[in-house]
Design a protein around this ligand. Structure first.
Ligand SMILES: Cc1ncc(COP(=O)(O)O)c(C=O)c1O
Length: 376
């Protein structure tokens, strides 16, 4: 039987394997493993690619969010607005700092928060909003992005899944006060372990985060701030630096694969509420398809069917954030955010990775077609 993983990182490795070995050997010979020149070189390169100052490389996407919130002095008594549907880290960092996550529902088409959904949740205590660019599509907060900083809460973009996606003609990270991304191996720019970055255009905030990532120390062993160990490793940085060269090309291939799925499912007459809905993209450049996520009321049966045929799929995420047991104290109930809750029951990610072969692509489409011939 054919076996098609949800993501094939081994196929990607072939395009840069020799260069990675060479770069890792250089780091090994230098014995300079944490921060240092290789990390700085990568931070500048990614900043240049984003058309922003050098990014701040950190230990994970989670730590990127944590350090961004710390830089904005968010803590007890503060509220932070986040989508009810995201990876746990988006909410976890808020709670870890003693602040209160305030959940809002999502748009049923983009799975993202919008200005209309966020505005009613803003109170005097709202210190920040974290729009998550979920699945790789940038979240549009409309006029909230345009207001002067003193007339709205801080905006921290969660672009963990969206490096390569644009918003109003620029990379994500140009409209919010800060933007966070992840280099977890399955992300658009994935390392050989954990890593992340924070970026933006406010040099004062960037400098503060640089200090926070080394225990708030500047100069060394003098601590005006309490930070943490949020440092990026040189081994990760050299790999990410090499892979950065491929990022535009990979983004394009993901978009092409997504377009081909959309077209194939439309031609097969599978697009209907009681069959499947393909992902909605506001426009071509604003979605980079870190995941290609369809919706179907037959989600669990389709997932099992595809598994039996060797097709890997994933559910991002099976439960929303507001009903997680650890947030019981916040007193949310099932039913509070019906759009996010229904999405959690209906979403299914199909393989969309850049190296997906034509044969494998056709096999996935044929398998989905075979399922709906018998089930819907
Ligand atoms: C939306 C979102 N935010 C934050 C994170 C956290 O990133 P990391 O796993 O690098 O800590 C992830 C990664 O899965 C994510 O998808």
């Amino acid at each position: 039987m054919r076996s098609i993983p949800i993501l094939d990182l081994k196929a990607q490795l072939a395009s840069y394997r020799e260069r990675a070995l060479q770069a890792m050997t250089e780091v090994m010979d230098s014995q300079y493993f944490i921060l240092g020149p290789k990390v700085a070189a990568f931070e500048s390169a990614l900043g240049e690619w984003l058309d922003l100052p050098p990014v701040i490389g950190v230990s994970s996407g989670t730590d990127a969010l944590l350090v961004a919130l710390m830089a904005l002095d968010i803590g007890p008594g503060d509220e932070v607005i986040i989508p009810a549907k995201s990876f746990f880290a988006t909410a976890g960092v808020v709670a870890r700092l003693g602040a209160t996550p305030v959940f809002v529902d999502i748009d049923p088409q983009t799975f993202n928060v919008t200005e209309e959904l966020v505005r009613p949740a803003i109170t005097e205590r709202t210190k920040a909003i974290i729009p998550v660019h979920l699945f790789g599509q940038s979240a549009d907060l409309g006029s909230l992005y345009d207001l002067p900083q003193d007339q709205r809460p801080a905006i921290i973009e969660d672009a963990a899944q969206a490096l390569g996606a644009q918003l109003r003609g620029k990379h994500t990270g140009h409209l919010g006060d800060l933007c966070c991304t992840s280099f977890f191996p399955s992300k658009n720019l994935g390392g050989f372990g954990d890593g992340g970055a924070v970026y933006g255009s406010d040099e004062t905030l960037l400098e503060k985060m640089k200090i926070l990532r080394v225990h708030g120390s500047k100069p060394k062993y003098h601590h005006h701030l309490v930070g943490g160990n949020f440092r990026l490793d040189a081994l990760q940085a050299v790999i990410l630096h090499i892979k950065l060269e491929f990022l535009d090309q990979w983004a394009q291939q993901r978009r092409t694969n997504a377009g081909r799925y959309n077209q194939a499912f439309a031609q097969l007459d599978l697009i209907a509420e009681d069959k499947l809905l393909t992902p909605f993209a506001r426009n071509h450049e604003e979605h980079v398809y870190n995941q290609y996520v369809i919706r179907t009321p037959h989600r669990d049966a389709l997932k099992d069917f595809l598994k039996d045929r060797g097709v890997g799929t994933m559910i991002y995420y099976p439960s929303p954030l507001h009903t997680q047991p650890c947030f019981k104290n916040l007193n949310y109930q099932a039913g509070d955010f019906p759009v996010a809750e229904l999405a959690c029951k209906e979403v299914l990610a199909l393989p969309v990775y850049p190296e997906l072969s034509d044969e494998d692509f056709n096999y996935v489409v044929d398998s989905v077609e075979a399922f709906f011939k018998t089930h819907a």
